[in-house]
Design a protein around this ligand. Sequence first.
Ligand code: Q0Z
Length: 310
Amino acid sequence: MTSASPLELAGWRHVYSGKVRDLYVPADTADDATPAHLLVVASDRVSAFDQVLSPGIPDKGVLLTTLSLWWFDQLSGADGGRSVPNHLAADHALQGDEAKPLIPDAVQGRAMLVRSLDMQPIECVVRGYLTGSGWAEYRAEGTVCGIPLPEGLHDGDRLPEPLYTPAWKAPMGEHDENITFERSVEIVGADTAAALRDLSLEIYRRAAATAEARGLILADTKFEFGYDAEGVLTLADEVLTSDSSRYWDAEAWRTGSTPAERMASFDKQIVRNWLSENWDKQGDPPALPAEIVERTRDRYATLLGLLTAS
Ligand SMILES: Nc1ncnc(-c2cnn(Cc3cccc(F)c3)c2)c1Cl
């Protein structure tokens, strides 16, 4: 399903659309009021190079929401670690039966009922491996987000330590801006900046270990946090999905000889690669061929299966 205008959902009012997700408040929310709950709806839309592409990827919204809910459960203690507070509405953990009536049928399986938080304007990026924009900066300056790295690293190499590389969440629709940790202190204060960094590194390490045990590399990911009504810093948004993270096949990474072979992705790299070869970045991007749509859907479904198969 790919629709230009967001769905009308009984009992909910649409307030914002990102490239691939839509946000709703309860329909009876006054314009200037902050509701207790929000509905985060994941569409089947896929974006790359800042473009929303068509057609959508069938079941993408369900596959990525299912993955987010599984990770929220892992980080609530199912992986053996301490429970990380998250924004899921109490009656919503893993789409419990109590929550189903609150989520419209039209978006069952691809919506999360969440507590509304005081969101912090920091994209908390953690990189365990060198690729993407980090690799580009490293080649140019030998650093990632201003952090100096050893010489001689290649695209796809594992970093000596996972790096916390925050970005300042620009106003809706603009590019996030990579910042130093010190700059994040100026933006959100020292205590919150340190808590965002420590939480992000802890969650990355736990998730990377869980992925590794299932034959997957979590190369990098990004988190968002907000304060709840009790002042607890809470993990929000989507978490550890193919849209917010890069996942690679560990065996391919270990044995591959070229970056393309090593970084056999489970995210939208198939779409990015096809677009790079079939679009000059001018004007509207071409529609994705059925084969690319199907291969991308298959990667999302395979990733979910590899991670959640008990
Ligand atoms: N728990 C929360 N409390 C307050 N605000 C948010 C919040 C606001 N924006 N976003 C990003 C986003 C999520 C989905 C669809 C979009 F269009 C945009 C998340 C959340 Cl998740």
